[in-house]
Design a protein around this ligand. Sequence first.
Ligand SMILES: NC(=O)c1ccc[n+]([C@@H]2O[C@H](COP(=O)([O-])OP(=O)(O)OC[C@H]3O[C@@H](n4cnc5c(N)ncnc54)[C@H](OP(=O)(O)O)[C@@H]3O)[C@@H](O)[C@H]2O)c1
Length: 300
Amino acid sequence: MNVLITGANGQLGLELKTLGNKFPKFNLFCTNKSTLNILNFEEAEQYVLKNKIDAIVNCAAYTDVNKAEEEFELADEVNHLAVKNLGLIAKKHNIKLIHLSTDYVFDGNSKIPYSETDKTNPKNAYGISKLKGEKALLEINPKNSMIIRTSWLYSEFGNNFVKSMLKLSKERESISVIYDQIGSPTYAKDLATAILKIIPEITSEGIQIYHYANKGQCSWFDFASAIMKIAQQNCIILPITSAEFKTKVKRPKYSLLNTEKIEKEFNLKIPNWSAALKECVLKLKSPLAPEKPPSPRRGN
Ligand SMILES: NC(=O)c1ccc[n+]([C@@H]2O[C@H](COP(=O)([O-])OP(=O)(O)OC[C@H]3O[C@@H](n4cnc5c(N)ncnc54)[C@H](OP(=O)(O)O)[C@@H]3O)[C@@H](O)[C@H]2O)c1
C-alpha cells in the first residue's frame, strides 16, 4: 500500500517515518514543504497519480499558535486551503485520507471530555484555521476518510513542551507553569502507531471525525512536574494561573477529548499519558536520543 505522508519533517510525520519500518505492508512516501507543495492542487494531484498513492496522512500544518494571530493568512493556507486540495484529490481518485486536527477547535467551557459531535467554537486564530480545514473536508465528504483531533502533542522529534521543559530545567532553578488549563498530553509515537494500524481498516461512506489523545488528564503544571520527576531534574515547577501568564492568545481551559469512538471502532488500546511520557523522556535522556531525523525508508 502506497502511503503519502505530508509534513513528514514535523513531530508526527517523523514518528510515522520511524515506525514505517515496523509496518512492511506500507510503502511510505514522506514529503515536506520543499518536495511537495500541497498548496498547489495540480502538483499534489500529479504526485499522487504518479506514485499510485492509496492513502494520504496529512501531517502538514501551521502549528505556531502564537504566531497564527499575526499570520492568519499563512495559517489558513496550510490548515484550510491545502486541506481542501487534499480532500478534493482524495474524493476524485478514491484515495483514503487521514487528516489531523486539534482540541483547539473547542472553547474549553465544557466540564466533561469533548466528544466528536460537540459544538466547536475556537478561541484563537490557529483553532479557527484548523476548523476551516475540518469544515472544508466535511463539505467535500470523501469516502474512506477521517479527521483525527488530537491534543498537546509531543515527541522526541521537533519542538514541543517536553523538550522545552527539559532544556529550561538545565538553565533555571525554577519554571512557572500554568495549572488552570486541563487536557491530555499525547505522545506522537502512540498516535502514529494508531494511524498505521487504522489505515487498512478505514471503510466509510463519508468522512468521519475521531478523537485520539493519551488516556487520563492533567494540567500543564502536572505535565511539567511529571517531566522533571521522570528526568530526575531538581528544577522547581511553580504553579501560575493563565491570567498570570502574559500572552495575547486565548487557549481553552479544558480540552479533554473523549476517545471512546476510535478505541471501540478500531479496537485500540490507548496508553495513559504518564506511561507514554515516561517512554518519551527516557528516550530523550538516552545517549542514543536522535539529534537528527531518521532518513526515509522508501519513497522520497
Ligand atoms: N503540536 C501540537 O501540540 C498539536 C496539538 C493538536 C493537534 N495537532 C495537529 O497535529 C498535526 C501534527 O502536528 P505536529 O505537532 O506534528 O506539527 P509540526 O511538528 O509543526 O509539523 C508540521 C509540519 O508541517 C510542515 N508544513 C507547514 N506548511 C507546509 C506546507 N505548505 N506543505 C508541506 N508541509 C508543510 C511543517 O514544515 P515547516 O516546519 O518547515 O514549516 C512541519 O514540518 C497537525 O495537524 C496539528 O495541527 C498538533
